[in-house]
Design a protein around this ligand. Structure first.
Ligand SMILES: NC(=O)c1ccc[n+]([C@@H]2O[C@H](COP(=O)([O-])OP(=O)(O)OC[C@H]3O[C@@H](n4cnc5c(N)ncnc54)[C@H](O)[C@@H]3O)[C@@H](O)[C@H]2O)c1
Length: 267
């Protein structure tokens, strides 16, 4: 019997790549999986593949989120686990060339999709007695990824949002973590880039390895972490540096008073 028997899991972006591999992994562990994607054909195929149910939705739409979560609680009866994973890139390194349409599309999927998603799933997961939320960021959420500055903007947003949300969600029995993959072998990385990386001998990560990291994050007790996943190594919780604190006399390194900040790491 799998570790997730009796649990209901929702996975966004599950028609392809990392989301599909994770939907398979969660289903293998016994969870009932709800596949959420804007791609109707891919989503239906993925749901059949994992023996789950498909909800077509744009994760950037709050109306779609309300419909999806209402449908899950009505149909599956509960929600325990959510993987907020759908995402896109702009593929544009020159910010002056990014169109309004490209900008709205990426912020819609990568940022709105995580905020609206978290907001929608938390009451349902809390009603089930607690559970776990994982969002896909990227190492581009931790480094200065110059090939796509707007992608970098969105992934830094995900990391900050997940870390800042964790303390309050802990009070509801919900863990909340980000996974930060390096370069994964999925359709998001174009064939040209894959060939370039292969020629350079750079190892791509298997989507199944990200699925393992998501499963570990969902079943572990850690929260507020950004787990880096790279080829050939175990998921590693990223250690954030300490931020310079005040040096005013009598307040050296002091954090803002309780209620004004989370567990800040100030020197
Ligand atoms: N592939 C990588 O190298 C890599 C590295 C780090 C992070 N990531 C992140 O992993 C996540 C999954 O990417 P992937 O590599 O599996 O890509 P993918 O293109 O294989 O899959 C992304 C899926 O998300 C869906 N999607 C996109 N926008 C959507 C929206 N607005 N509403 C609903 N569904 C939407 C797509 O239809 C697709 O099925 C993304 O957030 C991506 O930024 C990928």
């Amino acid at each position: 019997m799998g570790e997730l028997e009796g649990k209901v899991a929702l996975v966004t972006g599950a028609a392809s790549g990392i989301g599909l591999a994770t939907a398979r992994r969660l289903a293998d562990e016994g969870a009932s999986v709800v596949v959420v994607d804007r791609d109707a054909d891919g989503g239906a195929k993925a749901a059949a593949d994992v023996g789950g149910r498909f909800e077509q939705a744009d994760v950037g739409s709050p109306e779609d989120w309300a419909r999806v979560v209402a449908s899950v609680t009505a149909t599956e009866g509960r929600l325990d686990l959510a993987y907020l994973n759908a995402g896109v890139t702009t593929g544009e390194n020159d910010v002056s060339q990014v169109t309004d349409e490209q900008y709205r599309r990426i912020v819609g999927a990568n940022v709105d999709g995580v905020f609206y998603g978290l907001r929608a799933v938390v009451p349902a997961i809390a009603a089930a007695g607690g559970g776990a939320v994982v969002a896909t960021a990227s190492i581009a959420g931790l480094i200065d990824f110059a090939p796509d500055p707007v992608y970098t903007l969105t992934k830094h947003a995900v990391v900050g949002f997940i870390r800042a949300s964790a303390p309050q969600l802990a009070e509801k029995g919900i863990t909340c973590n980000a996974v930060c993959p390096g370069i994964v072998d999925t359709p998001l990385v174009g064939d040209e880039a894959k060939a370039f990386l292969k020629d350079a001998g750079f190892p791509l990560i298997r989507p199944e390895d990200i699925a393992d990291a998501v499963f570990q994050a969902m079943t572990g007790s850690e929260t507020g972490q950004a787990f880096v996943v790279q080829a050939g190594r175990e998921p590693t919780a990223y250690r954030f540096g300490r931020v310079p604190g005040p040096r005013a006399k009598g307040a050296e390194g002091m954090a803002p008073p309780a209620g004004m900040a989370g567990p800040s790491q100030l020197d």
